[in-house]
Design a protein around this ligand. Structure first.
Ligand SMILES: [Zn+2]
Length: 400
Protein backbone atom coordinates (compact mmCIF):
# COMPACT_ATOMS: atom_id res chain seq x y z
CA UNK A 1 0.00 0.00 0.00
CA UNK A 2 2.78 2.37 1.02
CA UNK A 3 4.67 1.81 -2.23
CA UNK A 4 1.47 2.37 -4.27
CA UNK A 5 0.82 5.60 -2.39
CA UNK A 6 4.44 6.74 -3.04
CA UNK A 7 4.11 5.84 -6.72
CA UNK A 8 0.90 7.91 -7.04
CA UNK A 9 2.55 10.84 -5.24
CA UNK A 10 5.62 10.70 -7.57
CA UNK A 11 3.33 10.58 -10.55
CA UNK A 12 1.41 13.63 -9.32
CA UNK A 13 4.72 15.51 -8.74
CA UNK A 14 5.91 14.70 -12.27
CA UNK A 15 2.59 15.95 -13.66
CA UNK A 16 2.89 19.16 -11.70
CA UNK A 17 6.49 19.65 -12.92
CA UNK A 18 5.47 19.02 -16.51
CA UNK A 19 2.59 21.53 -16.15
CA UNK A 20 5.00 24.15 -14.71
CA UNK A 21 7.47 23.57 -17.55
CA UNK A 22 4.67 23.90 -20.12
CA UNK A 23 3.50 27.10 -18.46
CA UNK A 24 6.99 28.67 -18.52
CA UNK A 25 7.58 27.54 -22.10
CA UNK A 26 4.24 29.07 -23.11
CA UNK A 27 5.14 32.34 -21.37
CA UNK A 28 8.55 32.42 -23.05
CA UNK A 29 7.02 31.77 -26.48
CA UNK A 30 4.43 34.48 -25.97
CA UNK A 31 7.10 36.94 -24.73
CA UNK A 32 9.28 36.29 -27.77
CA UNK A 33 6.26 36.72 -30.02
CA UNK A 34 5.19 39.99 -28.34
CA UNK A 35 8.79 41.33 -28.48
CA UNK A 36 9.06 40.48 -32.18
CA UNK A 37 5.75 42.21 -32.89
CA UNK A 38 6.86 45.25 -30.86
CA UNK A 39 10.20 45.44 -32.73
CA UNK A 40 8.39 45.04 -36.06
CA UNK A 41 5.88 47.80 -35.24
CA UNK A 42 8.62 50.12 -33.91
CA UNK A 43 10.71 49.48 -37.03
CA UNK A 44 7.73 50.21 -39.26
CA UNK A 45 6.96 53.40 -37.35
CA UNK A 46 10.48 54.82 -36.93
CA UNK A 47 12.56 53.18 -39.64
CA UNK A 48 15.24 50.58 -39.04
CA UNK A 49 18.12 53.07 -39.04
CA UNK A 50 16.52 55.16 -36.34
CA UNK A 51 15.85 52.08 -34.26
CA UNK A 52 19.42 50.82 -34.58
CA UNK A 53 20.75 54.29 -33.80
CA UNK A 54 18.52 54.54 -30.72
CA UNK A 55 19.72 51.13 -29.59
CA UNK A 56 23.39 52.10 -30.11
CA UNK A 57 23.13 55.24 -28.02
CA UNK A 58 20.68 53.80 -25.51
CA UNK A 59 23.09 53.64 -22.57
CA UNK A 60 24.36 57.15 -23.33
CA UNK A 61 22.91 60.43 -22.31
CA UNK A 62 25.20 63.42 -22.70
CA UNK A 63 25.86 63.40 -18.96
CA UNK A 64 26.76 59.72 -18.94
CA UNK A 65 29.10 60.20 -21.88
CA UNK A 66 30.76 63.24 -20.30
CA UNK A 67 31.22 61.33 -17.05
CA UNK A 68 32.87 58.47 -18.95
CA UNK A 69 35.00 60.36 -21.48
CA UNK A 70 36.93 63.62 -20.88
CA UNK A 71 35.78 66.76 -22.68
CA UNK A 72 38.67 69.02 -23.68
CA UNK A 73 38.03 72.51 -25.03
CA UNK A 74 41.19 73.51 -26.92
CA UNK A 75 40.74 77.26 -26.80
CA UNK A 76 39.29 79.78 -24.39
CA UNK A 77 40.35 83.33 -23.57
CA UNK A 78 39.59 83.17 -19.86
CA UNK A 79 42.78 85.01 -18.75
CA UNK A 80 41.84 87.93 -20.99
CA UNK A 81 38.28 87.95 -19.59
CA UNK A 82 39.57 87.89 -16.03
CA UNK A 83 42.03 90.66 -16.79
CA UNK A 84 39.38 92.81 -18.48
CA UNK A 85 36.02 91.98 -16.93
CA UNK A 86 37.06 90.87 -13.48
CA UNK A 87 39.89 93.39 -13.15
CA UNK A 88 42.35 90.53 -12.67
CA UNK A 89 40.50 89.31 -9.55
CA UNK A 90 40.73 85.54 -9.78
CA UNK A 91 38.61 85.09 -6.63
CA UNK A 92 35.57 86.20 -8.64
CA UNK A 93 36.19 83.37 -11.08
CA UNK A 94 35.01 80.98 -8.39
CA UNK A 95 31.62 82.69 -8.21
CA UNK A 96 28.82 82.23 -10.65
CA UNK A 97 29.86 85.19 -12.70
CA UNK A 98 27.35 84.95 -15.53
CA UNK A 99 26.11 88.41 -14.53
CA UNK A 100 29.58 89.71 -15.40
CA UNK A 101 29.20 88.37 -18.91
CA UNK A 102 31.89 85.67 -18.90
CA UNK A 103 31.28 82.30 -20.52
CA UNK A 104 33.40 80.35 -18.08
CA UNK A 105 33.32 79.96 -14.32
CA UNK A 106 33.83 77.05 -11.99
CA UNK A 107 30.18 76.24 -11.18
CA UNK A 108 29.32 76.15 -14.87
CA UNK A 109 32.45 74.13 -15.69
CA UNK A 110 31.01 71.55 -13.29
CA UNK A 111 27.50 71.81 -14.78
CA UNK A 112 28.97 71.34 -18.28
CA UNK A 113 31.19 68.51 -17.02
CA UNK A 114 34.29 70.04 -18.58
CA UNK A 115 37.39 67.92 -17.97
CA UNK A 116 39.91 70.32 -19.43
CA UNK A 117 40.29 73.66 -21.12
CA UNK A 118 43.23 75.33 -22.82
CA UNK A 119 43.44 78.85 -21.42
CA UNK A 120 45.24 81.18 -23.77
CA UNK A 121 47.45 84.00 -22.58
CA UNK A 122 46.77 86.66 -25.18
CA UNK A 123 47.99 90.21 -25.60
CA UNK A 124 46.80 92.25 -28.59
CA UNK A 125 48.95 92.63 -31.71
CA UNK A 126 50.88 95.88 -31.64
CA UNK A 127 50.85 95.81 -27.86
CA UNK A 128 53.22 92.90 -27.34
CA UNK A 129 54.50 92.36 -23.85
CA UNK A 130 56.26 89.33 -22.44
CA UNK A 131 55.57 90.68 -18.96
CA UNK A 132 51.85 90.89 -19.60
CA UNK A 133 51.83 87.43 -21.20
CA UNK A 134 53.50 85.99 -18.11
CA UNK A 135 50.95 87.79 -15.93
CA UNK A 136 48.14 86.12 -17.91
CA UNK A 137 49.76 82.74 -17.34
CA UNK A 138 50.02 83.55 -13.65
CA UNK A 139 46.26 84.22 -13.61
CA UNK A 140 45.69 80.64 -14.77
CA UNK A 141 48.02 79.35 -12.07
CA UNK A 142 46.20 81.50 -9.49
CA UNK A 143 42.87 79.94 -10.49
CA UNK A 144 44.30 76.49 -9.79
CA UNK A 145 46.03 77.55 -6.56
CA UNK A 146 42.87 79.19 -5.24
CA UNK A 147 40.89 75.97 -5.65
CA UNK A 148 43.49 73.22 -5.59
CA UNK A 149 41.02 70.55 -4.49
CA UNK A 150 39.05 70.96 -7.71
CA UNK A 151 41.47 72.43 -10.24
CA UNK A 152 44.88 71.30 -11.49
CA UNK A 153 47.32 72.56 -14.10
CA UNK A 154 47.84 69.85 -16.72
CA UNK A 155 51.24 69.45 -18.33
CA UNK A 156 50.50 66.20 -20.14
CA UNK A 157 47.50 64.39 -21.59
CA UNK A 158 47.83 61.90 -18.73
CA UNK A 159 47.30 64.75 -16.26
CA UNK A 160 43.97 65.47 -17.99
CA UNK A 161 42.89 61.82 -17.85
CA UNK A 162 43.77 61.64 -14.16
CA UNK A 163 41.92 64.87 -13.39
CA UNK A 164 38.83 63.55 -15.17
CA UNK A 165 39.00 60.28 -13.28
CA UNK A 166 39.18 62.18 -9.99
CA UNK A 167 36.46 64.67 -11.03
CA UNK A 168 38.73 67.68 -11.14
CA UNK A 169 39.15 70.29 -13.90
CA UNK A 170 42.52 70.34 -15.67
CA UNK A 171 43.61 73.72 -17.01
CA UNK A 172 46.16 73.77 -19.80
CA UNK A 173 48.20 76.93 -20.32
CA UNK A 174 48.53 78.32 -23.82
CA UNK A 175 50.07 81.38 -25.45
CA UNK A 176 48.16 82.90 -28.37
CA UNK A 177 50.55 84.50 -30.85
CA UNK A 178 54.34 84.60 -30.97
CA UNK A 179 54.02 88.39 -31.40
CA UNK A 180 53.79 88.35 -27.59
CA UNK A 181 57.47 87.45 -27.58
CA UNK A 182 58.52 90.19 -30.01
CA UNK A 183 58.41 93.06 -27.56
CA UNK A 184 60.91 95.78 -26.81
CA UNK A 185 63.08 93.54 -24.60
CA UNK A 186 64.50 91.92 -27.76
CA UNK A 187 64.68 88.55 -26.02
CA UNK A 188 65.22 85.91 -28.74
CA UNK A 189 61.92 84.15 -29.47
CA UNK A 190 63.53 80.78 -28.74
CA UNK A 191 64.41 81.90 -25.22
CA UNK A 192 60.90 83.29 -24.66
CA UNK A 193 59.40 79.97 -25.79
CA UNK A 194 61.63 78.06 -23.36
CA UNK A 195 60.65 80.47 -20.55
CA UNK A 196 56.94 80.09 -21.33
CA UNK A 197 57.29 76.32 -21.21
CA UNK A 198 59.09 76.55 -17.89
CA UNK A 199 56.15 78.60 -16.59
CA UNK A 200 53.75 75.87 -17.70
CA UNK A 201 52.69 76.70 -21.28
CA UNK A 202 51.95 73.61 -23.37
CA UNK A 203 50.05 74.98 -26.40
CA UNK A 204 51.59 77.69 -28.61
CA UNK A 205 49.41 79.41 -31.21
CA UNK A 206 51.87 80.75 -33.78
CA UNK A 207 49.88 83.86 -34.72
CA UNK A 208 47.09 86.15 -33.80
CA UNK A 209 45.93 88.68 -36.40
CA UNK A 210 49.43 89.92 -37.18
CA UNK A 211 52.47 88.51 -38.94
CA UNK A 212 55.51 87.57 -36.90
CA UNK A 213 59.11 86.84 -37.82
CA UNK A 214 58.20 83.14 -37.64
CA UNK A 215 54.93 82.86 -39.62
CA UNK A 216 52.42 84.98 -41.55
CA UNK A 217 48.92 85.47 -40.21
CA UNK A 218 45.70 84.79 -42.09
CA UNK A 219 44.22 88.06 -41.04
CA UNK A 220 46.71 90.90 -40.88
CA UNK A 221 44.82 92.92 -43.48
CA UNK A 222 46.60 96.20 -42.85
CA UNK A 223 50.05 94.66 -42.56
CA UNK A 224 52.11 93.34 -45.48
CA UNK A 225 53.53 89.84 -45.00
CA UNK A 226 57.05 90.00 -43.52
CA UNK A 227 58.59 88.05 -46.32
CA UNK A 228 57.22 85.79 -48.97
CA UNK A 229 59.43 83.33 -50.79
CA UNK A 230 60.25 83.58 -54.49
CA UNK A 231 57.37 81.31 -55.43
CA UNK A 232 55.06 83.37 -53.24
CA UNK A 233 53.91 80.31 -51.34
CA UNK A 234 55.97 80.34 -48.19
CA UNK A 235 54.53 81.44 -44.91
CA UNK A 236 56.91 79.81 -42.44
CA UNK A 237 60.01 81.99 -42.28
CA UNK A 238 61.88 80.37 -39.40
CA UNK A 239 61.55 76.57 -39.60
CA UNK A 240 64.04 76.20 -36.74
CA UNK A 241 61.45 77.69 -34.35
CA UNK A 242 58.91 75.05 -35.38
CA UNK A 243 61.48 72.32 -34.79
CA UNK A 244 62.23 73.80 -31.35
CA UNK A 245 58.51 73.65 -30.50
CA UNK A 246 58.54 69.99 -31.59
CA UNK A 247 61.64 69.30 -29.50
CA UNK A 248 60.10 70.89 -26.42
CA UNK A 249 56.89 68.84 -26.77
CA UNK A 250 54.71 71.93 -27.20
CA UNK A 251 51.45 71.58 -29.13
CA UNK A 252 51.65 73.84 -32.19
CA UNK A 253 48.41 75.66 -33.02
CA UNK A 254 47.78 77.03 -36.54
CA UNK A 255 44.54 78.95 -35.95
CA UNK A 256 45.21 82.54 -37.20
CA UNK A 257 48.14 81.36 -39.41
CA UNK A 258 48.04 82.08 -43.16
CA UNK A 259 47.22 79.21 -45.51
CA UNK A 260 50.81 79.27 -46.82
CA UNK A 261 52.23 79.19 -43.28
CA UNK A 262 49.88 76.38 -42.28
CA UNK A 263 50.83 74.34 -45.36
CA UNK A 264 54.54 74.78 -44.59
CA UNK A 265 54.10 73.82 -40.93
CA UNK A 266 51.92 70.81 -41.76
CA UNK A 267 54.58 69.51 -44.16
CA UNK A 268 57.55 70.17 -41.90
CA UNK A 269 56.35 69.49 -38.36
CA UNK A 270 57.64 66.28 -36.79
CA UNK A 271 54.63 66.18 -34.48
CA UNK A 272 50.91 66.54 -35.17
CA UNK A 273 49.57 70.11 -35.02
CA UNK A 274 46.15 71.56 -34.33
CA UNK A 275 43.89 74.35 -35.51
CA UNK A 276 42.52 75.04 -32.02
CA UNK A 277 39.57 77.23 -33.01
CA UNK A 278 38.84 77.14 -36.75
CA UNK A 279 35.95 75.79 -38.82
CA UNK A 280 35.66 74.43 -42.37
CA UNK A 281 36.21 77.10 -45.07
CA UNK A 282 34.09 75.09 -47.49
CA UNK A 283 31.04 75.74 -45.29
CA UNK A 284 31.93 79.29 -44.28
CA UNK A 285 34.33 81.42 -46.32
CA UNK A 286 36.08 83.14 -43.44
CA UNK A 287 39.89 83.50 -43.55
CA UNK A 288 40.13 82.00 -40.03
CA UNK A 289 38.75 78.71 -41.33
CA UNK A 290 40.66 75.78 -42.85
CA UNK A 291 40.35 75.45 -46.65
CA UNK A 292 39.73 72.03 -48.16
CA UNK A 293 43.14 71.95 -49.90
CA UNK A 294 44.79 71.82 -46.45
CA UNK A 295 42.72 68.87 -45.22
CA UNK A 296 44.88 66.14 -46.82
CA UNK A 297 47.93 67.76 -45.20
CA UNK A 298 46.19 67.79 -41.79
CA UNK A 299 45.33 64.10 -42.19
CA UNK A 300 48.89 63.21 -43.25
CA UNK A 301 50.26 65.17 -40.29
CA UNK A 302 47.89 63.40 -37.88
CA UNK A 303 46.57 66.78 -36.71
CA UNK A 304 43.19 68.23 -35.78
CA UNK A 305 40.72 70.91 -36.85
CA UNK A 306 38.82 72.02 -33.74
CA UNK A 307 35.51 73.75 -34.30
CA UNK A 308 34.68 77.05 -32.53
CA UNK A 309 31.27 78.33 -31.41
CA UNK A 310 31.65 81.81 -32.95
CA UNK A 311 28.74 82.49 -35.38
CA UNK A 312 30.84 84.43 -37.96
CA UNK A 313 33.28 81.47 -38.24
CA UNK A 314 30.38 79.07 -38.77
CA UNK A 315 28.08 81.16 -41.01
CA UNK A 316 25.34 79.97 -38.68
CA UNK A 317 23.90 80.80 -35.32
CA UNK A 318 22.80 77.57 -33.71
CA UNK A 319 24.29 74.46 -32.18
CA UNK A 320 23.45 72.74 -35.47
CA UNK A 321 26.00 74.97 -37.24
CA UNK A 322 28.70 73.54 -34.95
CA UNK A 323 27.43 70.02 -35.68
CA UNK A 324 27.45 70.75 -39.45
CA UNK A 325 31.12 71.80 -39.38
CA UNK A 326 32.02 68.74 -37.32
CA UNK A 327 30.07 66.48 -39.70
CA UNK A 328 31.73 68.03 -42.77
CA UNK A 329 35.18 67.59 -41.26
CA UNK A 330 34.37 64.04 -40.16
CA UNK A 331 33.41 63.22 -43.78
CA UNK A 332 36.26 65.00 -45.55
CA UNK A 333 39.06 64.77 -42.99
CA UNK A 334 38.09 61.84 -40.77
CA UNK A 335 36.45 61.59 -37.36
CA UNK A 336 39.88 61.11 -35.73
CA UNK A 337 40.95 64.59 -36.85
CA UNK A 338 38.13 66.71 -35.41
CA UNK A 339 37.78 68.45 -32.06
CA UNK A 340 36.29 71.39 -30.15
CA UNK A 341 37.75 74.82 -29.44
CA UNK A 342 34.91 77.08 -28.32
CA UNK A 343 36.82 80.39 -28.13
CA UNK A 344 34.65 81.14 -25.08
CA UNK A 345 35.42 84.48 -23.47
CA UNK A 346 37.24 85.51 -26.65
CA UNK A 347 33.97 85.97 -28.56
CA UNK A 348 31.02 88.20 -27.69
CA UNK A 349 28.51 85.37 -27.87
CA UNK A 350 28.49 81.67 -28.78
CA UNK A 351 25.87 80.19 -31.11
CA UNK A 352 22.29 79.73 -29.84
CA UNK A 353 22.12 76.76 -27.54
CA UNK A 354 25.74 77.21 -26.49
CA UNK A 355 25.52 80.95 -25.78
CA UNK A 356 25.28 80.60 -22.00
CA UNK A 357 28.84 79.28 -21.77
CA UNK A 358 30.56 76.11 -20.66
CA UNK A 359 27.46 74.78 -18.89
CA UNK A 360 25.95 74.15 -22.34
CA UNK A 361 28.31 71.36 -23.45
CA UNK A 362 25.71 68.63 -22.77
CA UNK A 363 23.47 70.35 -25.36
CA UNK A 364 26.20 69.93 -27.98
CA UNK A 365 26.95 66.35 -26.93
CA UNK A 366 23.26 65.43 -27.23
CA UNK A 367 23.16 67.01 -30.70
CA UNK A 368 26.29 65.04 -31.70
CA UNK A 369 24.76 61.79 -30.39
CA UNK A 370 21.94 62.30 -32.90
CA UNK A 371 24.49 61.84 -35.72
CA UNK A 372 27.46 59.93 -34.35
CA UNK A 373 28.05 56.83 -32.28
CA UNK A 374 29.03 57.40 -28.63
CA UNK A 375 32.60 56.28 -29.35
CA UNK A 376 32.93 58.82 -32.20
CA UNK A 377 31.48 61.59 -30.02
CA UNK A 378 34.03 60.67 -27.35
CA UNK A 379 36.82 61.19 -29.92
CA UNK A 380 35.48 64.59 -31.03
CA UNK A 381 34.94 66.00 -27.54
CA UNK A 382 38.41 65.18 -26.25
CA UNK A 383 39.79 61.77 -27.20
CA UNK A 384 41.40 63.08 -30.38
CA UNK A 385 43.10 65.99 -28.62
CA UNK A 386 44.51 63.75 -25.89
CA UNK A 387 45.85 61.27 -28.47
CA UNK A 388 47.49 64.11 -30.42
CA UNK A 389 49.02 65.51 -27.23
CA UNK A 390 50.44 62.07 -26.40
CA UNK A 391 51.95 61.96 -29.90
CA UNK A 392 53.42 65.45 -29.56
CA UNK A 393 55.14 64.36 -26.35
CA UNK A 394 56.41 61.19 -28.01
CA UNK A 395 58.15 63.33 -30.66
CA UNK A 396 59.75 65.62 -28.07
CA UNK A 397 63.40 65.38 -27.19
CA UNK A 398 62.92 67.15 -23.85
CA UNK A 399 61.49 65.30 -20.87
CA UNK A 400 58.21 66.79 -19.61
ZN1 LIG B 1 41.99 83.35 -31.49
Amino acid sequence: MASNANGASNHAQKDALARTKRWWFGLLTKSVFVTCVAVYVATELTGLDALIHTWRRLPYSAHHLLATYPLVDAHADVPMAIAEKLAGDVSKFKLNTSALGTHVDMPRMRAGRVASMVMAAYVPCGNASIKETHAMMQLVRDIADADDENVVIAKTASDVRLAHATRRVALVMGVEGLHAFEDETRTPVEESIRNARRLGARVITLNHNCHTAVTDSCCADAQPAKSVGGDGSRGLHRPEVLLLLNDLGLVVDLSHASVAAAADVLRLSRAPVIFSHSGAYELCEHPRNVPSNLLPLVRANGGLVMVPFHPPFLCGDSVLAVVEHISFLARHLGIRHVGLGSDYDGIPKGVRGLHTGVDAYPVLVDALLERFSPSDVALVIGGNFLRVWDNVLRQASTAV
